[in-house]
Design a protein. Structure first.
Length: 335
């Protein structure tokens, strides 16, 4: 009985996946700083370790190279199994091209579950697209996406299909890992795919080392972007068809001009109602589509005209003519 009482409980270590944001301490969250402070062990890519050097004095440091992500995760689990608190750091956000995914893969492979003695916490941080957008204006005010040009783990045809799809769909796009010493052609191919769908003068912002000592910002256009100084520390922001650059600021309109007359004090345009969908919103578009069809446009013609899949057009046209009444806008609706 005495042996049972004297036996210490199993070690309960913890892995904290810390997003440190762009790298400057003032742009880290308080929770990120606290997590590093309470950690016994700090693990990360050598460059990221340098970024938090002022916060890790006296701690056990494990430095890894760029391609050793799985090794970082394994080291974190080993240390946590010994009862240590581990800060596994990523620049930006740990869940956006960061260490959260690889760590969970390693954990699951090792038989870990959320009930395990080793606890896991993800601490979010500002990703490169947020940080770089803040430096150049407001390019992400409308729909956007992020695509990594790194083909170290993703087949190029997969990346190319994604580039082509988002270029056609008119997303604002943030390109991560656009170019390295060995990977120089990927950005050229991305440019080629975008020029199939976008104007040559589409605004582009290239931010290198945002919020770091060697920060550099270049504004250019889609047809010129591949000639700019781009590297692994760069994020490339490609605007959509409405994005513009004015007074050194890159801005993507939210769409208020579609509904309101901006030159007339913001009065509602003819045919539009505040708090309701646009006349070209879903219900208005459905009515227009069926009108066009009734006037002789076939499915193939409508699909090409609206740049939508034919089977989708066919399914919409097959629905009953009775359209539901649109609900009054709620607080969550925008404009």
């Amino acid at each position: 009985m005495t042996d049972l009482i004297d036996t210490p409980p199993p070690a309960t270590g913890k892995i904290m996946l810390v997003g440190i944001g762009p790298g400057s301490v003032e742009h880290m969250t308080q929770r990120a700083r606290d997590a590093i402070a309470e950690a016994d062990v700090v693990i990360g890519y050598v460059t990221y370790i340098k970024l938090v050097a002022d916060l890790i004095e006296g701690k056990e440091i494990i430095r890894k190279s760029m391609t050793e992500e799985l090794d970082r995760a394994v080291s974190a689990l080993e240390a946590a199994r010994q009862g240590k608190k581990v800060a596994l750091i990523s620049s930006g956000d740990a869940g956006v091209y960061g260490m959260a995914g690889p760590t969970y893969e390693v954990l699951f492979q090792a038989g870990w579950t959320p009930d395990d003695a080793v606890q896991v916490e993800i601490i979010p941080g500002a990703s490169a697209l947020n940080s770089c957008a803040a430096l150049v204006g407001a390019p992400l005010t409308h729909d956007f996406c992020a695509i990594s040009l790194s083909d170290l783990l993703t087949p190029w045809p997969t990346i190319a299909r994604r580039l082509d799809a988002v270029a056609m769909a008119d997303f604002v796009v943030a390109l991560y890992n656009p170019k390295s010493g060995r990977r120089t052609r990927q950005i050229v191919e991305a440019q080629r795919l975008f020029l199939r769908h976008r104007r040559a003068d589409t605004p582009v912002a290239i931010v290198k080392s945002g919020y770091r000592r060697r920060q550099n910002i270049v504004f250019t256009t889609l047809d010129q972007m591949a000639e700019a100084d781009i590297g692994m520390l760069s994020t490339v922001l490609i605007g959509n068809s409405n994005t513009f650059i004015r007074h050194g600021l890159m801005v993507t309109p939210r769409g208020y001009a579609n509904k309101y007359d901006m030159a007339d004090g913001g009065s509602t345009r003819d045919g539009e109602k505040a708090g309701r969908s646009l006349s070209t919103g879903l219900l208005g578009w459905l009515q227009q589509l069926k009108l066009e069809h009734s006037q002789g446009a076939d499915v193939a013609t409508l699909a090409q005209r609206h740049r939508l899949p034919p089977d989708y057009i066919q399914a919409v046209l097959a629905e009953p003519d009775e359209l539901p009444q649109e609900a009054v806008a709620t607080e969550e609706d925008v404009a």
